[in-house]
Design a protein. Structure first.
Length: 405
């Protein structure tokens, strides 16, 4: 980039709809005043969404298992195979969670979990088919690219074959988990390189798009990456979106350090807003950016609407991963709608494809208030699902458990 170019000239380029390169993005992130970044991001948001509608989805974030062989050092949620606090949810437990989700107007599960060596592809297929048989219109937004790769390795099938079989069983879309930072130097430091490399994560997302699935994209920033690596992550997402157009939305959240092996400190709220605004500027081919109130809290989530976000994400109902690392913010539909309206926007319910479903459910019928997020299981519940005995285990502990059933 020409060193004589001023920040104002870069701002004028962005305001005129120009695309920034890596060097220009880095310059804006490091040198532009926070309010200028916000103004630029808000202008892009307004061009893409001139009606001042802010969307949200009512769904439930269900983690079907916390047993994981990946052992990422930034994760406080996982337990090693054989750990006394490890769990796998039964199909009936998942059905009950769906019933509770439907009762408050939800129509989707965001289903993710650990890399459990004792859950073969058939377990996922049977679960998805059982959900669709019982709830034909309910959507499964499930299994990050890293989970798809894990299942591929267990089954010795290619990732496109795994995706095809999961779609046949009922998979509707794929969430963007496991991206962290899409730079392998960072992934090695975070101990998530073996879970999936940057190229593997992007390849599997491309395969999902090619198979007709829509997906989201994420970034966990604020751990060990440099500013340049944060921007590299955004540019690589933009490049894949140029090719496939398969991403519906981007979500950034700050690394949550409490109770993790990695430790360190959480990024500030100002850094979150600057990162969000930069994402809106760099990701010029993404229609939707979500506010991460689950890591930033409701008020910073509300402020995100002035820094490029046009979506408040999910009511969630349940959350386990971020809470394990110390964050426990909760907003039900009533509070999300109040935050949106107080910021001067019009709240609308949506689905994963960002199709508008209608006005807030709580204004149409009585819905129980949700003042705290549910958890995967009640504390102390160590029950083992009966159906696990129907699937072969790979780990020594899993084989012993099957024999004991």
């Amino acid at each position: 980039m020409d060193s004589d170019v001023t920040i104002q000239q870069l701002a004028d380029k962005v305001a005129a709809g120009g695309r920034v390169d890596r060097a220009e993005a880095l310059r804006l992130y490091r040198e532009a005043p926070t309010m200028l970044l916000g103004w630029l991001a808000d202008g892009i948001r307004a061009r893409k969404h001139p009606s001042r509608t802010v969307t949200y989805i009512i769904d439930r974030n269900v983690n079907y298992t916390n047993l994981c062989v990946a052992r990422c050092n930034f994760c406080a949620f996982y337990r090693p195979v054989g750990h006394g606090d490890g769990y796998v949810l039964s199909f009936d437990e998942i059905f009950r969670k769906i019933d509770e989700t439907v009762a408050v107007g939800g129509h989707q599960l965001l289903l993710q979990g650990g890399h459990n060596p004792d859950l073969p592809l058939a377990w996922y297929e049977d679960l998805f088919r059982a959900v669709k048989a019982r709830y034909p219109d309910f959507k499964l937004h499930a299994l990050s690219p890293s989970e798809v790769l894990h299942i591929s390795r267990l089954s010795k099938l290619s990732t496109p074959e795994v995706i095809a079989r999961l779609i046949a069983a009922g998979l509707d879309s794929i969430p963007g988990g496991g991206a962290e930072i899409l730079v392998d130097r960072v992934r090695k430091l975070l101990n998530c390189y073996s879970k999936s490399t940057a190229d593997e994560w992007l390849r599997i997302m491309g395969e999902a798009h090619d198979a007709g699935l829509r997906t989201t994209a994420t970034m966990m920033y604020g751990s060990v990456e440099t500013d340049e690596e944060r921007i590299e992550h955004l540019v690589r997402l933009r490049e894949l979106q140029d090719r496939t157009g398969g991403f519906t939305a981007f979500i950034a959240w700050s690394y949550q350090p409490e109770h993790t092996e990695l430790g360190l400190h959480e990024a500030t709220g100002v850094d979150y807003l600057r990162t969000l605004a930069l994402a809106r500027i760099v990701l010029d081919n993404f229609e939707n950016l979500q506010a991460s109130w689950v890591t930033q809290g409701g008020k910073v989530g509300q402020l995100s609407l002035a820094f490029g976000a046009n979506d408040m994400g999910s009511v969630m109902i349940e959350e386990n991963v971020v809470r394990a690392a110390g964050a426990s913010y909760c907003m039900d539909e009533v509070e999300i709608v109040e935050n949106v309206e107080d910021a001067g926007f019009v709240p609308k319910r949506r689905n994963m494809h960002y199709e508008i479903l209608g006005d807030p459910i709580f204004r149409e019928r009585n819905v129980p208030r949700m003042l705290s997020l549910a958890t995967a299981r009640a504390e102390g519940d160590t029950s083992v699902p009966d159906e696990l005995k129907n699937y072969p285990a790979r780990s020594r502990q899993g084989k012993a458990l099957r024999l004991a059933q």
